[in-house]
Ligand binder design. Sequence first.
Ligand code: ADP
Length: 160
Amino acid sequence: MATAVYPGSFDPVTLGHQDIIERSSKIMDKVIVGVLKNNSKSPLFSVEERVNMLMSVTGHLPNVEVQSFDGLLVDFVRQCGGDVIVRGLRAITDFEYELQLSQTNRVIAPNVDTIFLTTNLKYSYLSSSIVKEIAMYHGDISAFLHPEIAAKMREKMDHF
Ligand code: ADP
């Protein structure tokens, strides 16, 4: 039984994230999506909102679970009995940070490895921050988010 942990901010979950979750769920026995609580990026959506949004877009995948976590990623991985960390790679700009993160994690937790899935070409440009920026100016975000998530995003922007 191999369990993967896919960590991130998911502020909010995009179609790029969903693609990584769906692909990992086909490779692994179980995928736990870990939503980071103490985020230095000061998220737009609360951790509860982010968890609920992820649950609603992954509900059709029986081997996917969503949990929030605080503190060190490797501690969370150990707590949930994870074997590997999954991360997505878009452009070369992701690589430097992801390499540093995975190597640091390997030093502090030698038994936890990181695997990378390269982005689906369709979503290679896509990030939560770009989507937030478009939404802030009331641009069309329907190509980037699940319809339910896009609706939540519009609702959020209306309260700004
Ligand atoms: P973090 O703050 O940890 O970078 P994100 O929510 O931005 O959290 O991203 C979580 C993971 O998903 C990261 O590994 C990131 O590289 C990956 N990711 C984000 N957007 C995409 C995308 N469009 N295609 C593939 N992977 C992506």
